[in-house]
Write a protein that binds this ligand. Structure first.
Ligand code: MG
Length: 161
């Protein structure tokens, strides 16, 4: 069995008049949302990049260019689903995903289980095989100033040699 891990990182700017979607879950009543070509779900994007990295299959920008009109306001859960199928085509099985969202506000803890469940369902995993953590910027940097949200993820995949 060949086992590999990959990392993913993403960040998006916060803006008025946008929905805040993280891990496929809409954060209700958020004053600001994330700006981007798709729904700007920074957590799902980091997970997609971690999966592609683990499988050695490039990055999210190669597969879903932001110059492509098909991905305008795209639901990132659909992109994740497409990438999971792509990995399956290459005989990779996803074993585990771990992620951290770096966000000053709002408080995301109440959404943790929904994000895990949603990401797991999309990736064909059990919720216990997906971990989502939260931290803040402690007032420092673009996160601390409330300019944006960042996310990091690590994915582990395996396949027969
Ligand atoms: Mg992104």
């Amino acid at each position: 069995m060949s086992t590999r891990s990959g990392i993913g990182y993403d960040s998006h700017r916060l803006a008025a008049g946008r929905r805040l979607v993280l891990g496929g879950v809409e954060i209700e009543g958020a004053e600001l949302g994330l700006e981007g070509h798709s729904d700007a779900d920074v957590l799902t994007h980091a997970v997609v990049d971690a999966l592609l990295g683990a499988a050695g299959l490039g990055d999210i920008g190669q597969h879903f260019p932001d110059t492509d009109k098909r991905y305008r306001d795209a639901d990132s859960a659909d992109l994740l689903s497409e990438v999971c199928s792509f990995l399956e085509d290459h005989a990779w099985t996803i074993v585990h995903i771990d992620a951290t969202v770096v966000c000053e506000r709002p408080t995301l803890g109440p959404y943790r289980d929904r994000m895990r469940t949603c990401l797991a369902a999309t990736a064909g995993l059990r919720p216990l095989e997906v971990n989502v953590k939260f931290t803040t910027g402690e007032g420092m940097g673009f996160v601390g100033r409330g300019e944006g949200i960042g996310a990091l993820a690590v994915a582990t995949v395996e396949r027969a040699q």
